[in-house]
Design a protein around this ligand. Sequence first.
Ligand code: HEM
Length: 394
Amino acid sequence: MIDFTDPAFVEDPYQDLAELRKFGKPIWHEELQMFLAACHGDANDVFRNKSLGRIFKERTPEFEWETFNWLHSDSILDSEPPKHTRLRALVAKAFNRNKIEGMRPAIERITNQLLDSIDEKVQSGENFDLIADYAEPLPVKIIADLLGFPDSEEHLLRPWSQAIVKMYEVNPSQQYQLEAKKAAGEFAAYVRDLAVFRKTNPGSDLITDLAMVEENGEKLNSHELVATCVLLLNAGHEASVNAFGNGMVAALKRPDQRELLKQKPEEITATALEEFMRFDAPLHLFERTATVDTYVGGVKIEAGQKIAALIGAANRDENIFAQPNEMDLTRDPNPHIGFGAGIHFCLGAPLARLEMGVSLPALWKKYPTMELAGQPVRRPTFVLRGYESVAISV
Ligand code: HEM
């Protein structure tokens, strides 16, 4: 059975994931003590099945993990109805399509600033780093602006977030655990102080809006407020960085796809960014726990048992996608499940699409002759799949 921590698997998981799909139904993984749903239909069912919940299991000892635990159990992502319905409703308005479309000018402005900085490197004959110079700062700045996280402190976000999300990997190391506990404590305290400050010094941002809701009624308690902000700050950039990086590296390695981006970057963007999401998924595994006995793909999942949706495997299902192992930036329709499905469907999908929709053609218009300069460096993680750095020459 798959070893999710094997470096060779992490380097290229798709062959092993294809083997899993051959079973045609969810398969029990003894070491992880959960079923794995690798086929598209089964993974989709895992997200939609109302008898399967996102049940956060508190880490122990409780005194060490206290903040980390409530940052999760009180967040939108890790709660179920009716709490999930209440929390999601409080922030959903900020993420509706019209509100997000209104952010286009800000996204364009930041994109242009980043391109100007890159151009300084290019003009002096240097390569640039697709991740650190472009894919990462855009979503970080946008989600920080949306929440009202101060510009001067933005550099804190990525390290805190990175430390916390490493806990979502299979079997996180002792070192990852220590870092996650520390980051959770610091991040929560920072957001708590910011929310307190915003109550008396309101801004036009989401932390102010949520702080007022906490103040005025019983709709949001103090932990829920902080947990929701931390989730948005993390979820608001982690996957976006990797979706862009993974897609770009794959496209740059394929001359025909690179040519498409070079020749008609704007025309192709809408289908290209969906294919980026499908071809090399930025998020691979999401767990659910059965609240009562239920079935997925004909397999019985008993109450209390766990099952994971394997997004990257589902997105290469040969029964759904023609030539699934080929990147095709014109693929349409493209029913990938990169943003999940059901009640936890990604709240930020319109924002992620808009960010990529602006930044992808802008980069190709500016540098149509872009090429990989050397071997991109992968992060050694499977669940959050992405690159550490990607050197580009022009
Ligand atoms: C390419 C980028 C992104 C990808 C691939 C992605 C993917 C996902 C997936 C798969 C889920 C469902 C998890 C589950 O069902 O267990 C999810 C949920 C969520 N995402 Fe995203 N996401 C992205 C960008 C964003 C952005 C920009 C935000 C902005 C705030 C965001 C906020 C959220 C939130 C709040 C949830 C939880 C929704 C709920 O539980 O009701 N995501 N995302």
